[in-house]
Design a protein around this ligand. Structure first.
Ligand code: ZN
Length: 417
């Protein structure tokens, strides 16, 4: 409810902002397939329009499907939907208005200190890592994975507290989809708290001591940097490698597991879910995979996305459940229950294919299927209904606080199972 009111207040503010800009008139519409037949029909309709930017794929009966439309696509797609008996409603009337608002917030700021309640550029995030590794020398290590396609170093932060025993490891990666800014922002908040409140807060201390923690905040640095280069690029999702006339591969369809074998990945280089010319074609994905393979005792893994509020375990490529599903899903339930207790934010949980949609070549399937990380998850953060990939900054810290509670519960479960 509180969030609903905030949305109304915000939209009130937006009404006074002008709507000129590269994405003016661009909208997001929502349709809800009410029957199995309608769901299949919608999946078929969208499959015929591979160039559309689907923010939320058709996954289940009565689940919302969000489609971003340019003014040119709008009439054609909405009439096609209506012809087939769907009732499209407007989720975001004008994406440019949201962008204007977010940009105004970005301009208003800038204290020298890193503000966890703001979105940050890649350089600012890398500075934060440097700063943390300088301040907490005995607890942290900076690690480099590889250089991206455009030559940006992929840098992460490891937290490892003193222990007489070798600890299991937990790896969290954010920002694999460039436009999902809440992903790195939430992960950075959590790691910041894990350091700043170590030995101050007993729950955090216990959690930090359980594992060696790895954070790679930005898994797709070229894409992320690109989203900061102007409104027209803010909604970029993929990497920035070039393939014929189009740019980018979906880095979460590029992992070497059932690569591009299902309908949940596209062979069209212009599609938002393009799987790439080959598995691991993306230097960033290949680099992270090699790094993960090198971590001894890796027991937990989370690839953080937005949006939809879901905590998901393998498999993504098939609706069949994994042999460890019961425990994996119990871990998800522990996390989402703890998360829910903070502000009442509801997350669903289950296997990727049964919760969101079939997707092959994903990081989570790879971590579980290829390097035996039993507790591998794909998490979709806030929200579900209003902002999609353009979550306002005032939700970063609440998202960080609740997700940290979820992570604590998850860590305890994973440690004991
Ligand atoms: Zn994503």
């Amino acid at each position: 409810m509180r969030r609903g009111l905030a949305c109304i207040a915000l939209l009130g503010l937006l009404a006074f902002v002008s709507t000129h800009g590269p994405l003016a008139g661009l909208s997001v519409v929502r349709v809800v397939p009410e029957t199995k037949l309608k769901l299949t029909l919608l999946q078929r309709l969208l499959a015929q329009r591979q160039s559309l930017d689907i923010w939320k794929e058709p996954a289940c009966v009565s689940c919302a499907v969000d489609i971003r439309l340019t003014p040119l696509e709008s009439d054609d797609v909405t009439s096609a939907l209506k012809e087939h008996g769907f009732k499209p409603t407007i989720l975001i009337d004008d994406v440019q208005l949201l962008l204007d608002y977010q940009r105004n917030q970005l301009f208003k700021r800038r204290s020298a200190e890193f503000d966890y309640g703001q979105y940050h550029t890649l350089d600012e995030i890398n500075d934060w890592i440097l700063n943390k590794t300088n301040v907490y020398k005995s607890l942290t290590l900076l690690f480099n994975i590889t250089k991206s396609y455009e030559g940006r170093m992929m840098t992460g932060l490891k937290i490892s507290t003193p222990s007489q025993f070798t600890k299991p490891a937990f790896f969290i990666m954010g920002g694999i989809h460039a436009r999902e800014w809440i992903s790195p922002a939430t992960a950075i908040y959590m790691f910041g708290q894990m350091l700043d409140r170590y030995k101050i807060d007993s729950d955090i201390t216990k959690m930090v001591d359980m594992f060696d923690w790895y954070l790679l905040p930005i898994t797709n640095p070229d894409g992320y940097a690109f989203t900061w280069t102007g409104d027209q690029n803010r909604l970029w999702r993929k990497t920035r490698s070039k393939h014929g006339l189009c740019y980018g591969v979906d880095p979460n369809r590029n992992w070497d597991i059932q690569w591009c074998e299902t309908e949940g990945a596209s062979k069209d280089p212009c599609s938002e879910t393009y799987c790439g010319p080959s598995a691991f074609s993306e230097v960033e994905v290949k680099g992270v995979a090699a790094f993960l393979q090198g971590i001894k005792g890796l027991k937990g893994f989370i690839d953080v996305h937005s949006y939809s509020q879901l905590w998901m375990s393998p498999w993504g490529y098939t609706r069949n459940l994994s042999k460890d599903f019961q425990q994996q899903d119990a871990a998800s339930a522990a996390a989402t229950d703890a998360l829910h207790k903070v502000y009442g934010t509801k997350y669903a949980h289950g296997s990727i294919a049964n919760t969101i949609y079939i997707a092959s070549g994903t990081s989570t399937d790879w971590a579980y299927g290829k390097i035996d990380v039993k507790y591998a998850f794909g998490v979709e953060l806030r929200d579900t209904e209003k902002y999609g990939c353009l979550l306002p900054e005032d939700q970063i810290i609440p998202s960080g606080i609740e997700t940290l509670q979820g992570l604590m519960a998850l860590a305890s479960y994973v440690k004991d199972n």
